[in-house]
Design a protein around this ligand. Sequence first.
Ligand SMILES: [Mg+2]
Length: 307
Amino acid sequence: MSRPTVLIADDSLVVRAVVRSGLEAEGYVVTEAVDGTAALQHCRQQPPDIVLLDIEMPGLDGYEVLAALKADPELVDIPVVFLTSRSGMDDVVAGLRGGAHDYLKKPFEAPELLARVASAVHVKKLQDALHERNAELDRMSRTDALTGLYNRRHLDDELRRSHEDARRHDAPLCLLLLDIDHFKNVNDTYGHPAGDLVLGAFAQRLREQLRAGDIAGRWGGEEFLIIMPRTDPAGAFEVAERIRTCTGATPVTSVDGHVMKVTVSGGLACGPGDTADAAVHLADTSLYQAKAAGRNQIVAATLTNLT
Ligand SMILES: [Mg+2]
């Protein structure tokens, strides 16, 4: 928040002018709305950091605007400071109950206006920081730290979602389970840092071969899962083969100069099939077959629907 933005919604030109000059002198960016409808419209188009809201206005009054703001998930966190010219406490209480952050009684002095606006802006800053932090934590909890791909937890969620979507829309869904060949040998021969390097390099090649809409993550260890929504078996096999060939095409060189040839085996399950678990299981079985048949190959299988 560089210069906080304040929306003043009041049908009085005088009040708007007084608020504007007071706040602009302190570095706030001020916009005006002449009634409740205009205030709501402005909030939806360009949400301000805080709203100063008159109660008595033509059309939508302050309570109605407040209720609409609090009912909108996008706008619920904007602190609202009520402006009231009534002498009683009833409207103040009603405003605070409705979710207002604070109130100002008209006529107000500039220092009080500034103090209450500063407090509302402070609350908004804390809320914004909290939201950012939560979003970052959520992202981290779904990301595999080593490869930067999604982790198992996110893949599990996406699997359920994609499977439900495929069933609902009668659309194809393919799952590709990939496993780096003889990965244990890399760790045993060149050490774990070299193993990590191979995982990172593979993840990068994977990323380069994915199409928009494919969801790729680390399933665990040296296993990776790619969810391909709305993809038929031929299309999915093509993607799988691309990943396999580009992985084998260029060896990975360790920091101490060892050239490590990397190949990958894959099991492709084409469905959706009855359940997401059944699809993962078939991908796993196919992967096992690819390994048994000599590795560095893709084995595809089709799920049959029982229901
Ligand atoms: Mg008024």
